[in-house]
Ligand binder design. Structure first.
Ligand code: NBP
Length: 477
């Protein structure tokens, strides 16, 4: 029993995570339902470090030093429960089960509660960065009991990505499901980022008239500025790629129907439950869903509307600069909404999540990694109780500087019939927040009219009802 860590579930993620631990000097016990995967790993990569291949659950558990640290990297959902049921009876109080899969945080809360009764520490850990990240350094979002982080933390810090200042992209996010909750919102923000980038691309293509290769160059330029991020970088790669079979831009031969695995949808579902307006993330999820409705789209092709007309060369270049402003402003709004959801989840479940620390561990390793996150970290570090990212002076000033262009881009999009739900939702959110008065007053009047739901007044305490069907006098509600 000499392995410091064990990994069960050796598909792409588990296998790379196991190799990452081994390359960092840890002895790693290996296990997989189908033993062939275990042996294949040792055969191919055995020279990278100290692996202990095991075939049965008993052998696996016996190979681990105490307290045992057992990482589960299987398909999220029922397989995770099946694996827990297989291993939990073999464990002792103080041992740790770390679930690195994409679990729903409510499942993580349930599992943590059940295992706590047995004295087992259950750590739901969000892991982002895909295959490459798992091998070379992911961003890790562990929840669970804080005691477990004392011995687990240093190991995770070693295998995690490092931000530019050298700090590890891992922190104890909070109790029970906090880590998986934060991973969920990370993915929601990722959906929004991708949608906004998609809209920028579409505008540069249809309104500015640029080719995919030209747009790739524009994204490369943007990637040297404040939009510097992994997603912008890979966007340029995808846009400049040419399909070998046809010689056409790759982006023109791929079916325009986006798929999703569910974490974006969860982010929106939970936001609805918590009452948090994440309109940008919701539009991104809906945009993917709309793209997949091929019959509906086919049936709607003949509907009336303008088609975009390309700009002159000099106009196009000026327009591209405006799109950069619109993209950046919309991005600030979608992160504002995502951090609001993290803060609301933290309040609801008593997680006491440090928002600056969350921004900090997203700076490297994960899909939304970006220079921008360092500034979000700085905003929360300067003021932990910041009501919203938009209340931070720097972000507010940047939006102030961007907003004319942001509006101009949306005017062009609307006039030329280019759908920009992400940009538009972001601007509507911004304008709604800064509005002196919202039509919610009228909504309250309507609700009172048809349902006697009552309203509050601006000038007096209490709740009131107007006798709409009678003499329209006001009574206390
Ligand atoms: P998969 O999600 O494809 O899962 C395959 C693994 O689950 C195999 O090891 C398989 O064993 C095991 N498994 C299944 Br399926 N049912 C099982 C059961 N009833 N009992 C025991 N083992 C079972 O692997 P992945 O793509 O490596 O992802 C692993 C986790 O990491 C998932 O939760 C995923 O959501 C998450 N994640 C993935 C990525 C990514 O980029 N792929 C990124 C971040 C997080 P077998 O070999 O015997 O079939």
């Amino acid at each position: 029993n000499s392995a410091q860590i064990g990994v069960t579930g050796l598909a792409v993620m588990g296998r790379n995570l196991a190799r990452n631990f081994a390359r960092n000097g840890y002895a790693v016990a290996l296990h997989n339902r189908t033993a062939a995967r275990t042996h294949a790993l040792v055969e191919e990569f055995g020279s990278e470090g100290d692996f202990i291949a095991t075939e049965t659950a008993k052998e696996f558990v016996a190979a681990l030093e105490r307290p045992r640290r057992l990482v589960i990297m299987v398909k999220a959902g029922e397989p995770t429960d099946a694996v827990i049921q297989e291993f939990a009876p073999l464990l002792e109080p103080g041992d740790m089960i770390i679930d690195g899969g994409n679990a729903h945080f409510a499942d993580t809360r349930r599992r943590e509660r059940e295992l706590r009764e047995q004295g087992i520490h259950f750590v739901g850990a969000g892991i982002s960065g895909g295959e490459e990240g798992a091998l070379n350094g992911p961003s890790i979002m562990p929840g669970g009991p804080v005691e477990s982080y004392e011995s687990l933390g240093p190991m995770l810090e070693k295998i995690s990505a490092k931000a530019e200042d050298g700090s590890p992209c891992v922190t104890h996010v909070g109790p029970d499901g906090a880590g998986h909750f934060v991973k969920m919102v990370h993915n929601g923000i990722e959906y929004a980022d991708m949608q906004l980038i998609g809209e920028a691309y579409q505008l540069l293509r249809d309104v500015a008239g640029y080719s995919p290769a030209q747009i790739a160059d524009i994204f490369r330029t943007w990637n040297t500025g404040r939009l510097d991020s992994y997603l912008i970088e890979i966007t340029a790669e995808v846009l400049s790629h040419v399909d070998a079979a046809t010689g056409k831009p790759f982006v023109d031969v791929v079916q325009d129907q986006a798929e999703q695995k569910g974490t974006g949808r969860w982010t929106v579902q939970i936001a609805l439950d918590l009452g948090v307006p994440v309109s940008g993330i919701a539009e991104a999820v809906f945009a993917r869903s709309l793209s997949g409705h091929s019959a509906l789209r086919e049936a709607s092709r003949g509907l009336a509307g303008p088609s975009a007309t390309a700009l002159s060369e000099s106009e196009a270049s000026a327009f591209a600069d405006q799109v950069e402003q619109a993209l950046y402003a919309s991005k600030i709004v979608s992160y504002t909404q995502g951090f609001h959801e993290v803060s609301a989840g933290s309040a609801e479940y008593d997680w006491n999540i440090d928002l600056g620390a969350v921004a900090s561990i997203w700076r490297g390793g994960c899909i939304i990694r970006a220079a921008f996150l360092d500034r979000i970290r700085a905003a929360y570090d300067a003021r932990a109780d910041l009501p919203s990212l938009l209340s931070d002076d720097t972000f507010a000033q940047e939006i102030a500087a961007a907003q004319d262009d942001w509006r101009a881009v949306l005017v062009s999009a609307v006039q030329q019939g280019v759908p920009t739900p992400g940009f538009a939702a972001a601007l509507a959110y911004y304008d709604a927040l800064r509005a002196e008065r919202l039509p919610a007053a009228l909504t309250q009047g309507q609700r009172d009219f048809f349902g006697a739901h009552t309203y509050r007044r601006t000038d007096r305490e209490g709740s009131f009802h107007t006798l709409w069907g009678g003499d329209r006098s006001e009574v206390s509600g």
